[in-house]
Write a protein that binds this ligand. Sequence first.
Ligand code: SF4
Length: 141
Amino acid sequence: MAYNEWVEKHAKKHKSIVQKLVKQGYDKEKIIDYFDFENMKEKEFDFCPLYAKNKKCHELESLNCYLCSCPNFRFNDEGIQKVEEKTQYSFCDIDSKDGRQGVYGEKIHQDCSGCGVPHHRAYVEKHFDFDWAKIMKVCKV
Ligand code: SF4
């Protein structure tokens, strides 16, 4: 699945959960609590394919799923630039020391597997918006 397609599908799932919670009177703090991995895997089984395996995308003791993917991620499914003979499709806007550029044949993608930045509660609090798509709008370049 192209990244853009994933973003559009994920935005719909995210929105329907947030709308449901707002209707129930949840405020920002309670919504962030709700998006904790341990709660989400029980209550929102379809939100992430890893929930079925009881597996976290990053080995953090407390992992919050509100900002999956990451506001610092930049991508273009058509390619951003040529790097020598390869095409770069994504990168990290803050050049996190825990991320890296992965080379997969002719393609270069940002590899975030070692970086937990968007999954920390403090980060979610700082970048929170009820509309996930609005937060992630900057990602497509
Ligand atoms: S490396 Fe970390 S901060 Fe950068 S885009 Fe990936 S998850 Fe976000």
